[in-house]
Design a binder for this molecule. Structure first.
Ligand code: CAA
Ligand code: NAI
Length: 246
């Protein structure tokens, strides 16, 4: 991929799943990585460093603006710049609408939507000063098409698309790019919470590819969108879902 070598990339939710695979992919492209997660990211850092690039772990809670500011400060202290932010931390708290509590609504909004606002706000001063930067956000097939049991989650994953498009309109002229990746169902801890009967009989049956996606298949999309090969792609959503939305 063109232009990723020596870039500084912050990835939230990089301790596991899609975020971890993305950290490893960018490391293979020669980028330096900030593994930002609420959970322990030491294992991801060790695997990233094995590719001969630099990496640090920063513990962050994306719902807390002070914690997020600390993440960006530590990045600039360690690397002197921020080239790419990948807003990837996310949670589910699924329930049918008739049973969904205000607590589970708030929890998912706070991480998946306000967290994206917090992290993007925090990197913007540096990116605007640099006159360059890429912000990528993990949306979902669920944001575009909805899903049973996911009122809260769907709202956030559709919401980040609107935010991304607005940012592209505001800041393309400043040399910044904003895009989303919308994965289908991917083999991570998040999908393990789906009841097995629902996964087999209601979800996988509708995926023409006939399988879950791999985290590395999402990482590849992020690498492309961050690269110079995508330098005129701004404000868009790239679906990576095995055709499950056709
Ligand atoms: N798609 C289609 N049908 C579904 C469904 C889904 N995602 N989830 C549940 N259903 C169906 C069930 O099969 C069941 O159908 P029948 O009555 O025909 O048996 C009916 O809806 C009611 O389901 P439950 O009996 O399980 O109801 P519940 O109230 O006990 O639980 C639930 C509801 C919490 C939503 C549970 O069914 C569940 O967890 N479903 C999975 C929801 C889901 O798809 N989550 C995705 C998580 S991964 C993710 O979010 C990543 C991403 O971006 C793709
Ligand atoms: P995961 O559960 O493996 O990873 C999520 C990571 O986010 C975890 O490491 C967790 O510690 C971190 N996190 C959660 N809350 C946080 C907070 N407040 N602050 C900092 N970090 C926090 O799940 P997965 O699947 O890798 O999810 C990554 C992203 O991909 C999420 O945004 C998810 O919504 C999205 N996604 C996942 C799909 C899937 O099928 N697995 C499909 C479409 C989108």
């Amino acid at each position: 991929m063109k232009g990723l070598k020596d870039k500084v990339v912050i990835i939230t939710g990089a301790a596991s799943g899609i975020g971890k695979a993305t950290a490893l992919r960018f490391a293979q492209e020669g980028a330096n990585i900030v593994v930002a997660d609420f959970a322990d990211g030491a294992a991801t850092v060790a695997e990233v460093q094995a590719n001969g690039v630099r990496a640090i772990y920063v513990q962050v809670n994306v719902t807390d603006p002070d914690s997020v500011k600390g993440m960006v400060d530590k990045t600039i202290e360690a690397f002197g710049k921020v080239d790419v932010l990948i807003n990837n931390a996310g949670i589910t708290k699924d329930a049918m609408m008739k049973k969904m509590t205000k607590e589970s609504w708030d929890a998912v909004i706070n991480v998946n939507l306000t967290g994206v606002f917090n992290c993007t706000s925090a990197v913007l001063p540096q990116m605007l000063e640099q006159k360059s930067g890429v912000v990528l956000t993990t949306s979902s097939v669920v944001g575009i098409y909805g899903n049973l049991g996911q009122t809260n989650y769907a709202a956030t994953k559709w919401g980040v698309i609107g935010m991304t498009k607005s940012w592209a309109k505001e800041m393309a002229k400043n040399g910044l790019r904003f895009n989303c990746v919308a994965p289908g169902f991917i083999a991570t801890e998040m999908v393990k919470k789906i009841p097995e009967q629902v996964l087999q009989e209601k979800i996988l049956i509708k995926v023409p590819a006939g399988r879950l996606g791999e985290p590395e298949e999402i990482a590849a999309a992020f690498a492309f969108l961050a690269s110079d090969d995508a330098k005129f792609i701004n404000g868009t959503v790239l679906s990576v879902d095995g055709a499950c939305t056709l």
